[in-house]
Design a protein around this ligand. Structure first.
Ligand code: EPZ
Length: 424
């Protein structure tokens, strides 16, 4: 296993380019199962989760090959298997996104029932209720979700809470269903809109994406297409937090500023200067310490749960007391304990963390527990006095492409080392 070794104290400066969105590319890859043919997907980030999704669709009969650093050629003419096995699904919950495309493309799916993960139990009851509303027969057998959809038809799906994956699965199942489907309380995330955009390019008839009500009129067949993935708004937000904590001055290129408006609004409130400039963000922190701000994570367009841990790291050196409330996942505060090892004053009470800012954090050996917690610890290490070692960084490789190289390009002292202490 690898670790990151970080020497704190460098103020980030320079330009960094964000890659394609992890949470957009995963459903887009699943969607290629909907229609046999050849697709080219561009701006694909080189991530562990992307490799896992490629492994999964390959098991279903897809041929995927990298045609340049961030471009994939996908050939689905040979898709002939509808079983997504436990061995792959247990590695990445987003594997469940092939449920919708297998049903939309093959009218049957057998997908290992995804377990929970570090940040929460993450059930898929809303996905399954939605599929049942489209006439699917759903059974849970020996740890697998078995779905048949001979009579797939449009229907009314009402989510009692917005679900990104649930909305994406219903979209993919509904595009070739007979009749009209309406999804109420749909997720509004940019990644959902990106999936709709590709489905429409394939010939799907969809309206209302980006609002809480999406309407899909089933079509008889679809056409493969070429498509470029939107930029990763969470990667962009992560670099903003790193700039804020190091009193840096950076330009983030290749992003969509309005996709992270809730984040830039909050970081401006914390004292950062952030200017939107086309598809770039210019960010600087001239104050020694940020103002304390309160955060409450909510579905898009609210403050994203995927930026909660990174913002908590920044608040650890604020000039006041910050309340950070996580409303999406029930166990997404594990980074607090590790930040405390770096001298942070963080008290977690239920799903709220009370962060009392300190003048300085101190470097320490800390352990990543999940993807965004890893980012939080790296951000803290960039500003901490001395050396920080972040172990189990396979978590971060799931969602950030070469983050240490990008940070080095901004002047950070960070390197990837073998972690002798952690076995192979
Ligand atoms: C997506 O997960 C993202 N992952 C997550 O990003 C992100 O945090 C999350 O959306 C919220 O924005 C991908 O897109 C691959 P949900 P997803 O269904 O779809 C509950 C990251 O760090 N729920 O919107 O799994 C669920 O337990 C990852 O990049 C049900 O109760 O999230 C959670 O509390 C982490 N029943 C809430 O809804 C269901 O059937 C939101 O989950 C489905 C969800």
């Amino acid at each position: 296993m690898d670790k990151f070794v970080i020497e704190g104290g460098e103020r980030l400066a320079g330009t960094v380019r964000v890659g394609g969105s992890k949470n957009a590319v995963l459903p887009l890859l699943a969607a290629t199962i909907l229609q046999k043919g050849i697709y080219t997907i561009g701006n694909v980030p080189r991530l562990r989760d992307v490799n896992t999704m490629i492994r999964l669709v390959t098991l279903l009969g897809v041929r995927a090959e990298w045609v340049d650093k961030n471009r994939l050629r996908i050939d689905t003419t040979g898709v002939d298997n509808h079983v997504a096995p436990y061995e792959v699904v247990k590695e990445m919950r987003a594997s469940v996104l092939v449920l919708g495309s297998l049903i939309g493309g093959m009218r049957k799916a057998t997908v290992s029932y995804p377990g929970g993960c570090a940040i929460g139990e993450r059930p898929i009851n809303l996905h399954l209720q939605g599929l049942a509303a489209l006439g699917c027969e759903v059974a849970i057998r020996e740890g697998y979700v078995d779905v048949t959809a001979n009579a797939l038809k449009g229907g009314r799906v009402v989510f009692d809470a917005p679900t990104v994956g649930g909305t994406e699965n219903i979209l993919m199942a509904a595009v070739t269903a007979k009749g009209e489907t309406v999804i109420e309380n749909a997720a509004r995330e940019p990644e959902v809109i990106d999936l709709v955009r590709m489905l429409k390019r394939m010939g799907a008839k969809i309206d209302g994406e980006g609002s809480d009500t999406i309407t899909i009129k089933g079509v008889r067949s679809l056409t493969p297409c070429d498509y470029d993935v939107i930029p990763d708004r969470i990667e962009a937000g992560t670099f903003l937090a790193a700039c804020g904590i190091t009193r840096g001055n950076i330009v983030i290129e290749g992003c969509v500023p309005h996709h992270l408006k809730a984040v830039t609004d909050k970081l401006r409130e914390a004292g950062m200067d952030i200017i939107e400039d086309g598809n770039s963000l210019r960010a600087a922190m001239t104050k020694k310490r940020p103002f304390a701000i309160d955060i409450k994570t909510t579905p898009y367009p609210g403050f994203p749960t995927d930026m909660q841990a990174q913002t908590m790291a920044l608040m650890c050196i604020s000039k006041g007391v910050s309340a950070i409330t996580e409303t999406i996942f029930e166990n997404r505060m594990m980074h607090a304990a590790e930040l405390r090892r770096m001298g942070a004053d963080v008290r977690v009470i239920g799903n709220t963390a009370i962060v009392t800012g300190k003048d300085m954090l101190s470097g320490a050996k800390v352990m990543a527990t999940d993807l965004r917690a890893s980012a939080s610890l790296i951000i803290a290490g960039l500003a901490a006095y001395g050396t920080t070692e972040v172990s189990r960084i396979y978590h971060i490789d799931r969602g950030y492409e070469a983050i240490e190289e990008k940070l080095k390009g901004l002047g950070a002292k960070i390197s990837r080392r073998k972690d002798e202490g952690m076995g192979s």
